[in-house]
Design a protein around this ligand. Sequence first.
Ligand code: BES
Ligand code: MN
Ligand code: ZN
Length: 490
Amino acid sequence: MKIKTESSTKKKTQLLCGFVLENSNKILGLEKFDAKTSLAINQSLKDMQGKLGRLNIIPIPGKKYAQRILLAGLGKKENLTKDTIRLVSGKIAQKARELKLKEFSIITPPSFVTDQILSVSQIVEGSKMALYKFDKFKGEKTDNSPDLTIIVSKSNKISQAIKIAVIVADGAIFTKSIANLPPNECTPSTLVNFAKTISKKNKMKCKIISKPELKKKGFGGIIAVGQGSKNEPKLIVLEHNHGTKNEKPIVLVGKAVTFDTGGISLKPGDKMDEMKFDKCGGCTVLGIMKAVSELKLPINVVGIIPSVENMPSGESYRPGDIIKLYNGKTAEILNTDAEGRLILADALSFGEKHYSPKAIIDFATLTGACIIALGNNVAGIVSNNEKLTKRINESSKRTMEQVWELPLNQDFMDMIKSEVADMKNIGIGRAAGTITAAAFLRNAIENTPWIHIDIAGVAWTQIATKEKSYNPKGATGFGVRLILDYLQNL
Ligand code: BES
Ligand code: MN
Ligand code: ZN
């Protein structure tokens, strides 16, 4: 999809799209048309009433400038959110594709509706993300994406906003496209190849730690979880160094279990296929790093991705095992399905030790309990730092990637104490499952500001996922827009 801007609505286009507020009698930003066309527009406006998400198409009699006009409802002005333009733009783009158009145009709403820069970004993100479809393995592919013309008065700020939005959307799309890969086509080594590709393209440092070195250096969690699979575990480290030399980096850590069977504590068969999405945290970090390097953000950012396949076999780790993590603490394994915290603990300690970061942010499809607590539209956050949490909450409000904080205090830390080791890898029964998992991670970090984002409910579309044009079925890329907003506002 190519994107360009145009300052007038009187340019030839196959589909001229404009937004309409509820119960309003005009298309926002549309210049005057001839009497015949205006009559048709007025009738259509009455029919659709600007209701949120409604799309009405009017063929244009003389086809003077536009072949058709599309009216897109935004709903009531007072109900506009930071997601409305993104959602409706996504719908428009999908409609243009359905009509097999080569191109379409969207008129930016004027500034009395929303900030123009913001709406241009949202038009770009919404249309690009909505047109991504996971059809790599389909004989019959979805028709190609139509090009987009954004109608807006031109300025440097606008072109800059478009450039950024394209990179952000491409980051999220990249995350979706690797997260959607099936587990036979995406092993830890596959993720290594993706990391190498993006690092070469954008001049990031990329270091891969493979099994022998992981063993030697004491990554006991990654080794234990990975030992049941013939697809060997990997630790991927990407460095974007565009800040000053001595500036501490932000470290991003992402769980990448390319398939989670549960191991010896085998999961039931129902929906086990969805555990290909257990690599989503790592994929989010890859998408963010790709975008960070393309944006050339003037900061230092490190992406760390522990990747394993959790399989049952003669070589698997077992319930009852006691392992030693990277930071020297020991963990009693009571359930091999609580594997994410083990590989993350190693990666978090490694990140803190080697980079003395300003902050550590981790993403993981860590607990089913998070879905029970918060459903499929809000991610769980747990942190040791109020300032960092505030920053993430602000980014969440701007990007509409929703998060909700859960508490972590000594009582929860006590719930993972073991009789025979420093910790056990599960809490007490099913109580506060998301928090006891976070408590395990908390033990891997000394003092660094840290926030854990449990994306189990939001990383891919599930039963209670709210339908969004820009998140079609499959991986959502949750976290990419959120963290890019945070990093851009540091
Ligand atoms: N990857 C799963 C969590 C998960 C389950 C995410 C379903 C999304 C949907 C994780 O590794 C896991 O299995 N967690 C267990 C922990 C339990 C054994 C303490 C869980 O949530 O059941
Ligand atoms: Mn598991
Ligand atoms: Zn898992």
